[in-house]
Design a protein around this ligand. Structure first.
Ligand code: ADP
Ligand code: MG
Length: 248
């Protein structure tokens, strides 16, 4: 599953990390791949950023296997392929390689985990494209503001282009309302528009704005360990169950 949205700050990384942790808590074997040079998912898992010989950088640029490049995650059943700033340079050179859009897909073929989540950068560049070609489905975290709706139109056409040219099996798993505060009228208006256009594709679980979710990365812990009884932990646990049902 690729966790994507071209906009930054929509809760991609928070969702990738905490959904992974909650799916792992449910007993699934989960692999989280950090494909953003900022390494926010890596840091959020308490793992050091990798240099150019490790993590997702080496995954895309060398013959090393996913297993060789993955680290023990912060909870049982969760392993992580970390990232680092060298991934930005690797991205610029990626399209000189043969079949560069399929590198990640090829690397993930041998992985036997129940779920693979890929955190992506806020851009529709070679890294995100590799994630969309490797994935069976896409998860889109978004904030309920006007500009998020604008971006979705373009996102839908990008998705169609990837399906037509590179990955016909790519499905839209669902949209997640994140950093959600239902008090403002605008939020309710945008949420209603989302439901109208995307219907059942919108997860019924929304992730509320919760300060515990924002502070968890500074401890290098997913929300289930940092604040297990917080509303944020409850939301991601519920989301993990909803996702499991949706995929079964
Ligand atoms: P992205 O990966 O899309 O750029 P992040 O997951 O990094 O977005 O989230 C952007 C910022 O908002 C981060 O500082 C994060 O800690 C914070 N954040 C994300 N989700 C929530 C939430 N539900 N409540 C409060 N803060 C959140
Ligand atoms: Mg991010």
């Amino acid at each position: 599953m690729a966790v994507t949205n071209r906009k930054g700050g929509t809760g991609k990384t928070t969702t990738a990390v905490n959904l992974s942790a909650c799916l792992a808590e449910l007993g699934n074997k989960v692999l989280l791949i950090d494909l953003d040079p900022q390494g926010n998912a890596t840091i959020s898992c308490g793992i050091p950023m990798s240099d150019e010989d490790g993590g997702s950088i080496a995954l895309l640029t060398t013959d090393k296997t996913t297993r060789e490049l993955s680290c023990v995650g912060p909870v049982a059943n969760l392993t992580v392929v970390p990232s680092g700033s060298a991934l930005a340079a690797a991205e610029m050179e990626l399209n000189r390689k043969k079949d560069w859009e399929r590198i990640l897909r090829t690397k993930l073929k041998a992985v036997t985990d129940d779920y693979i989540l890929i955190d992506t950068p806020p851009a529709m560049g070679p890294l995100t494209l590799n994630a969309l070609v490797a994935a069976d489905g896409v998860i889109v975290p978004l904030q309920c503001d006007y500009l998020s709706l604008e971006g979705l139109r373009e996102f839908a056409s990008n998705l169609n282009r990837v399906r037509a040219n590179l990955n016909p099996n790519l499905s839209l798993i669902g949209l997640i309302k994140t950093i959600y505060d239902e008090r403002p009228l605008l939020t309710r208006h945008v949420a209603a528009e989302l439901d109208r256009y995307f219907g059942a594709k919108v997860f019924s679980t929304a992730v509320p704005r919760n300060v515990r979710l924002a502070e968890a990365p500074s401890y290098g812990l997913p929300i289930t360990l940092h604040a297990s009884s917080s509303t944020g932990a409850g939301a991601y646990r519920q989301l993990a169950r909803e996702l499991q049902e949706r995929l079964n």
